[in-house]
Design a protein. Structure first.
Length: 401
């Protein structure tokens, strides 16, 4: 049997019962569509999440500074070490912070009067920092101003309240120079912190922020316990390697750096997670489609027993019968693969446009999906084709009559 004749016979077999063939194709369409959508959405979502990660958190680096056991020894990082860090190419801003455990639960109140009938003291953290905190945290003040280098050099007794801390102590304006008492030490409130862009530092909203010189004088906060760095986009990994050496050339090995993961690694992880979640659904759909093709092909074999017997009696070999049914099942799978790949690609593009995403789809996947469909159809048709090929002419003619 020539290939042309085989294709003609297979096409006639598929189109003989168009409704049944259409329903059979639908199973493969659903499986291929699910696979294309799964991999396409996974790649698109991974790219989008990584892009947002780049914009928001890929510029945040934190250097944790351990406390020195020997109090007479110099600290690992001095307050004056920041200029060496900010000179690095890629550093937008940096600030040193001291959050010792001794100041984590400071008693804070807004006046010097003690009323035994009411609760006047609030337990809030006191934080010592340098003047670049706002730029490093991408933060704003909602009232007043932030302290500057002048306040630090003069050891001024000023304070900035986080938004939550200001509400707790009952201060909502600073034009009348209100005072707060931190562990019975008075400080003039010159500003109230507003929004904070750095997600990891939202706790600053409930803190009392002091110039590090004043905090050390009055509360003995000591040297920095961490350094927060805001980098240019794409420079976080480089700065994470260089920052310890810039801050402490002799003790850089003692510093611990917390840097964001590589965006490329994050993108791959997101795609892998999404793929693992939905790939099972696509495979299940493909299996359902394959079972549908096998079932319909087997029913077709049983219905065409007389035809098979007649072909065998006229000289058709077993391989000719098997080839005809394999081509029919493969054609059904191929058609389902083409329709499924087209539907999946269109769905990925529509979903991406609806979310203002950039669609990411591997063209090799869209091109290979029809072949996958044909392969599924071929495998599904193996058993029915073998069963048809094993029929004896006499038995087939007797059963078909």
């Amino acid at each position: 049997m020539k290939a042309r004749d085989l294709a003609t016979e297979a096409l006639a077999g598929v189109t003989a019962r168009p409704l049944r063939s259409a329903l059979t194709v639908l199973g493969t369409v659903l499986g291929i569509t699910t696979l294309v959508i799964t991999l396409g959405i996974a790649a698109t979502a991974g790219n989008q999440i990584a892009g947002r990660f780049d914009e928001v958190t890929a510029t945040e680096v934190t250097v944790a500074v351990p406390s020195t056991i020997d109090k007479t020894a110099p600290p690992h990082v001095e307050w004056t070490a920041l200029p060496q860090l900010t000179r690095l190419n890629g550093v937008r801003a940096a600030t040193a912070i001291a959050r010792p455990s001794s100041a984590a639960n400071s008693r804070v109140r807004a006046n010097d009067l003690r009323d035994p009938t009411t609760v006047t003291d609030r337990t809030l953290p006191a934080v010592a920092t340098t003047s670049d905190l706002l730029e490093t945290l991408d933060a704003r003040v909602s009232a007043g101003r932030f302290f500057d280098e002048g306040h630090i050099l003069r050891h001024d007794r000023v304070a900035i309240l986080g938004s939550a801390a200001a509400q707790l102590v009952g201060i909502n304006r600073v034009d009348d120079s209100p005072a707060v008492f931190v562990n019975d030490q008075a400080f003039t409130v010159i500003g109230i912190l507003g929004t904070i862009g750095r997600e990891s530092e939202q706790g600053m909203a409930s803190a009392v922020i002091l110039p590090y010189t004043t905090a050390n004088d009055r509360l003995n906060t000591g040297p920095p316990t961490e350094v927060l760095i805001r980098t240019e986009l794409g420079a976080a990994q480089l700065i994470a390697r260089q920052a310890p050496l810039a801050l402490s050339p002799n003790g850089y090995a003692q510093l611990r750096v917390l840097a964001p993961p590589d965006p490329a690694t994050l993108r791959g992880s997101v795609q892998s997670d999404v793929n693992a979640l939905f790939l099972v659904l696509g495979l299940v759909s493909l299996v359902v489609g394959a079972i549908g093709i096998a079932n319909v092909t087997l029913v077709t074999v049983m219905e065409r027993t007389g035809e098979i017997g007649l072909r065998r009696a006229l000289g058709a070999a077993r391989r000719h019968i098997a080839a005809q049914f394999l081509v029919e099942s493969s054609a059904i799978g191929l058609l389902g693969g083409i329709i499924g790949a087209s539907a999946g690609t269109i769905t990925v593009v529509v979903v991406s446009l609806g979310r203002d995403w950039t669609p990411v789809l591997d063209l090799r996947l869209a091109a290979g999906a029809p072949l996958v469909g044909a392969l599924v159809g071929l495998l599904a048709g193996v058993y029915p084709a073998l069963r048809a090929a094993r029929m004896e002419p006499v038995e087939a003619l007797r059963s078909g009559t």
